[in-house]
Design a protein around this ligand. Structure first.
Ligand code: 5GP
Length: 113
């Protein structure tokens, strides 16, 4: 069964996109946890980072570079931002399709909740 993100990638349900290229999309989170909260999602399904392998190395690099580029595009370069990947139950993963959170626009606490 397709994940919600696969349905967005396939244009079956709408989302507000911040970026798209051959390998990934970036969309504004439907339930933002900061003034800027974007998800960078590979078009090729990797369920979670713990399941990624050597074949995914280039794609994973592309996701991180895209996350930084989107953060800059959305004006976060000066103030700063955070990149997060949730993995598994304790990590807070709710959608089993790898995605990189980009959060910014306010000071972010540490340690995370
Ligand atoms: P996770 O908890 O798996 O790391 O992150 C999943 C994220 O996807 C959550 O922040 C959640 O708000 C977001 N999300 C879930 N469904 C949708 C949707 O249909 N559209 C968008 N734009 N974001 C979604």
């Amino acid at each position: 069964m397709k994940t919600i993100f696969q349905k967005i990638i396939d244009r079956e349900i709408p989302a507000q996109l911040a970026h798209e290229d051959e390998h990934c999309i970036a969309l504004h989170d439907i339930n933002p946890q900061a003034p800027v909260h974007v998800l960078v999602i590979p078009k090729r399904l990797i369920p979670r980072i713990a399941g990624a392998g050597a074949d995914d190395q280039a794609l994973l690099g592309h996701l991180l570079l895209s996350a930084a580029a989107v953060a800059k595009k959305l004006g976060l370069e000066g103030s700063g931002f955070r990149i997060v990947i949730n993995n598994g139950r304790d990590g807070g993963e709710t959608v089993p399709h790898l995605h990189v959170h980009v959060l910014g626009g306010r000071p972010l606490g540490w340690p995370p909740g």
